[in-house]
Write a protein that binds this ligand. Sequence first.
Ligand code: HEC
Ligand code: HEC
Ligand code: HEC
Length: 284
Amino acid sequence: MKRIAIPALVLALCGGVLMSVLAQDAPKSSVVAAAAAPAAAASAEPAPDVVCFESRKGGATDVIQREIRPGWPNVKCSPTTGAVLWYGDPYDGTVPMGKMPQLEALPEGKAVVKPRTAKLNLAPMCGTACHNGVGPKFTPPTLPKDKRAKPTPTMAAMVPDLANLQHGRDRIWCLDCHHTTKRNMYVDHFGDPISMDQPQLLCGKCHGDKLRDWRDGIHGKRIGEFASNGKKRWFTCTECHNPHNVQDGARNKGFVQLQPETPPQLPKGMKSAAYEKTHPIAQH
Ligand code: HEC
Ligand code: HEC
Ligand code: HEC
């Protein structure tokens, strides 16, 4: 009994030290991890990863929690939803945004983004494995004349969101976004390719108003230095929107709703939030 208990205790303690960093802000997820730690330790396997998400769930914006230096995690996540709430380094994993019309005045490196291609499993293969120009089936030369969305069973089997493509409600389809011959690129209005790391250039060709708002900082999200000329990480369109199911869900509008965070903790001494309702902020 003793011979098993002592190493297990030691290992559990090691796990405890590691996890105590996370315990401060993420009680639930760290409890799960800490509870799993002794079991994992007993079978000499590393503790399971704590996986959080940034803005779009389902693997599209996953971040694995790790230490960027001792005691300093890359992210802290919500114990209720798993969403990233705090960054140890807002520029972790980013690259310069690349050319953006009307942002030329912004010095190189001040605007950074997380490359989307790192998150896409199929896209890097699309243009080489299947749509490689060999055989007419795999490289349709033109858009269908009626431009109506057509079922794509093979694709839907690989990307389930494509089974019921709602985007544009039948007015747009695959090759309005994906380049006809360079399948691991998007396409602009002139037929020229756009990098998959610059989805804003694709979305912006049709949603010009949103692109303008995004550029002005009214739509989307940026993190980093507070000063207006400081370095910031810009969230790109597809980090929040899944282009294949933007009009999905019962609302048939926007995107599938996220689980909201719980309300913030009440200030010290305040017993209930009813005060907020009986004393609303003055309207001028
Ligand atoms: C509104 C533009 C748009 C339309 C229409 C569209 N796509 Fe996409 N597609 C995208 C974007 C943007 C991405 C990358 C999403 C991301 O960054 O997460 C993508 C990703 C993909 C991927 C790669 C997925 C992966 O995980 O690597 C495939 C395959 C794909 N689309 C196929 C299709 C097919 C087939 C159709 C037509 C039935 C279609 N798409 C219609 C914009 C579109
Ligand atoms: C080829 C043109 C085209 C491109 C490219 C395109 N969209 Fe759309 N999008 C549309 C159309 C058309 C609609 C439908 C608008 C409507 O029904 O009112 C739409 C609808 C939407 C909606 C839903 C709007 C609502 O009212 O619910 C969102 C969100 C959206 N698009 C996001 C994107 C994002 C993000 C991208 C880039 C990945 C993108 N779109 C690329 C044409 C496009
Ligand atoms: C940080 C996340 C985020 C980013 C980045 C983002 N959006 Fe959105 N967008 C939203 C949210 C949230 C809504 C509201 C969705 C809803 O009502 O369901 C929205 C709504 C929209 C709509 C629908 C607006 C309407 O009138 O209903 C369009 C179109 C759109 N975004 C396009 C874009 C484009 C294009 C980009 C990139 C240039 C972009 N978004 C970047 C979060 C984001």
